[in-house]
Write a protein that binds this ligand. Structure first.
Ligand code: OGA
Ligand code: NI
Length: 543
């Protein structure tokens, strides 16, 4: 039983999980609340209650409902088996572990920026073509690579070398410039993504100095702190290398913002004012050391970048994976020498009112080679209020997000990446306008929720279908079920042959059982010997 809760909480009756068994047959009442992760795009879709139907899901392929604590117990064994190698703090839940046999699809678009990086008069047609390319990549992938971007290879090479030298030092040396709770610039080796430790160490540098950021994420607290960079003694050239590289990628990031603005039908400079004064952009040096258990841990757990745009330099080792929007598959981004990887962050998703989506990505590690990467996160001033841009909003395209303050958002994120929290990491979907999250029934219906399959061809008496009379009806049904399993992993069935009075009897008995005083229910509480019976302490607290 799920109790009525305060509105606006992000708790679910049962946390995200998959069922471990073969098939689950679920009877839900008319209240609704079961959400299924749609495979095509990773969205949570509400399963609309259909009177008298059962919901079927294919165990271990799917998400949601039942059995959280049992799968936790199983995970625990795996964790213990691996303990000798990797600290459990790094271990991802099974569904988030990397698959080491990777799909190397054609991958994300490669865009040539010659049209805007060459000096001289820009050719209008070429720019228009480029704008279309960028717009297409943003809406189809949220990720693309750029070449002929104007950042000198030498500038990048210098910083890459300095970063290697810095990370090659003893931990003790690096920790001298360790970041603190108050100022997160500097060295850090225990970052969490969604409460699991990342297999990496980082060095963060602010682009403008000092960088102004809210002291806390508390909306009542309007104190602002000044951050200054912390520079290590060694290597001495690190500072200059960061500053020079920072200036160059910043230029590139601004050009990209202009192309993105144009692709949305806005003036090129539409967003410039947000970054002009007090931008909170960051340059990050990442080092992913070899990992003894690359199948259990991740260099960076799946996440979306919270800012406007990210410009990433990756080395030739590879490991960055992007969630393909068309089918939710993790696609490896093959390293292209001298290219930058660009991705749309949450802010552009909100500004564009979902036209462009910030796409999930993560980093795999390997057991042999160190990997280095350098993301530049283009972030606006802390006082920027992020909301869908007015010019794009009209009767047909209503704002899908409530305005939120960038500074508070960033501070909240930063705190949870620093320290394990009990609540969920802040995400932009928390600012979605009510109508959009969770989806209303009408929307879910319009969207096409999980398939509803009519079992009448097989529903009379016995459960074996091999001797049913109408092979064609059965073939059709088999196809329907097959595609429901592969597309959704979830479906509903009607005309299933389970007498409705039996179901109602059990439902009403269940209501009576849960209405009993706790003391009565605990008389049949489950225990060590038997997992059957009453239980009210189940936890699905993974964020
Ligand atoms: C990040 C990130 C990717 C990489 O730091 O946000 O996604 O390849 N890094 O290091
Ligand atoms: Ni990222």
């Amino acid at each position: 039983m799920y109790r009525a809760e305060e509105p606006h909480t992000i708790n679910r009756g049962v946390g995200r999980h998959k069922d471990g068994g073969a098939v689950t047959v679920l009877a839900q009442d008319d209240v609704g609340g079961l959400e299924v992760r749609r495979k095509s795009d990773g969205e949570w879709i509400l399963v609309i209650p259909t009177p008298d139907a059962f919901i079927i899901n294919v165990g271990d392929i799917i998400q949601d409902r039942i059995g959280v604590s049992y799968s936790k117990i199983k995970n625990q064994e795996i964790i213990e088996a691996a303990m000798g190698e990797v600290d459990p703090a790094f271990i991802q839940e099974p569904e988030h572990r990397p698959r080491l046999a990777i799909i190397e699809a054609d991958g994300i678009p490669l865009i040539d920026l010659t049209a805007i990086s060459s000096s001289g008069s820009a050719d209008r047609e070429r720019i228009e073509k480029l704008v279309r390319e960028v717009g297409g990549a943003c809406s189809e992938w949220g990720f693309f690579q750029v070449v002929n971007h104007g950042v000198p290879a030498e500038t990048r090479g210098k910083l890459e070398l300095a970063a290697r030298r810095f990370f090659a030092q003893d931990l003790e040396e690096k920790r001298k410039v360790r970041r603190s709770m108050e100022c997160t610039l500097g060295y850090f080796d225990t970052e969490l993504t969604k409460n699991v430790r990342d297999w990496k160490e980082v060095f963060d540098v602010a682009v403008s100095e000092p960088t102004l950021v809210p002291v806390s994420s508390d909306p009542e607290d309007d104190r602002v702190a000044e951050w200054f960079n912390r520079w290590p003694e060694y290597p001495p050239e690190l500072r200059e290398a960061c500053e020079e590289y920072g200036r160059e990628v910043e230029k590139l990031a601004f050009k990209l913002m202009e192309l993105i603005a144009l692709s949305l039908g806005l003036p090129a400079e539409r967003f410039n004012s947000c970054f002009k004064h007090h931008q909170t952009s960051l340059l990050r040096l990442n080092h992913y050391p070899p990992c003894p258990s690359p199948h259990l841990a991740l260099g960076v757990g799946r996440h979306k970048d919270g800012g406007a745009v990210t410009v990433l330099a990756q080395d030739d080792v590879g490991g960055l994976e992007v969630r393909r929007k068309s089918d939710g598959e993790w696609i490896l981004v093959k390293p292209t020498p001298d290219a930058f990887i660009i991705n749309v962050g949450d802010i552009i998703q909100v500004w564009s009112n979902d036209k462009y989506e910030s796409v999930e990505h993560r980093v795999m590690v390997n057991s042999e080679r160190d990997r280095f990467s350098i993301p530049f996160f283009l972030n606006p001033a802390h006082y920027t209020v992020v909301k869908p841009v007015d010019e794009l909003i009209n009767e047909k395209n209503r704002p899908k997000f409530k305005p939120y303050g960038w500074g508070k958002f960033m501070t909240h994120r930063r705190n949870s990446n620093f320290k394990k929290q009990n609540d969920e990491n802040i995400q932009t979907y928390h600012f979605r306008v009510e109508d959009f999250h969770p989806r209303t029934r009408a929307q879910a219906q319009a969207d096409g929720s999980i398939p509803l399959i009519d079992l009448s061809p097989v529903s009379s008496t016995d459960y074996s279908i091999s001797d049913r009379p109408d092979p064609r009806a059965i073939e059709g049904l088999v196809r329907e079920i097959g595609s429901a399993c592969s597309e959704w992993g979830f479906f509903q069935v009607k005309n299933h042959g389970v007498p409705s009075e039996r179901r109602r009897k059990l439902e009403s008995a269940a209501r009576k059982l849960f209405a009993l005083p706790l003391e009565e229910k605990r008389k049949v509480i489950r225990n060590e010997e038997s997992l059957f019976g009453y239980f009210d302490g189940e936890c699905g607290d993974r964020s």
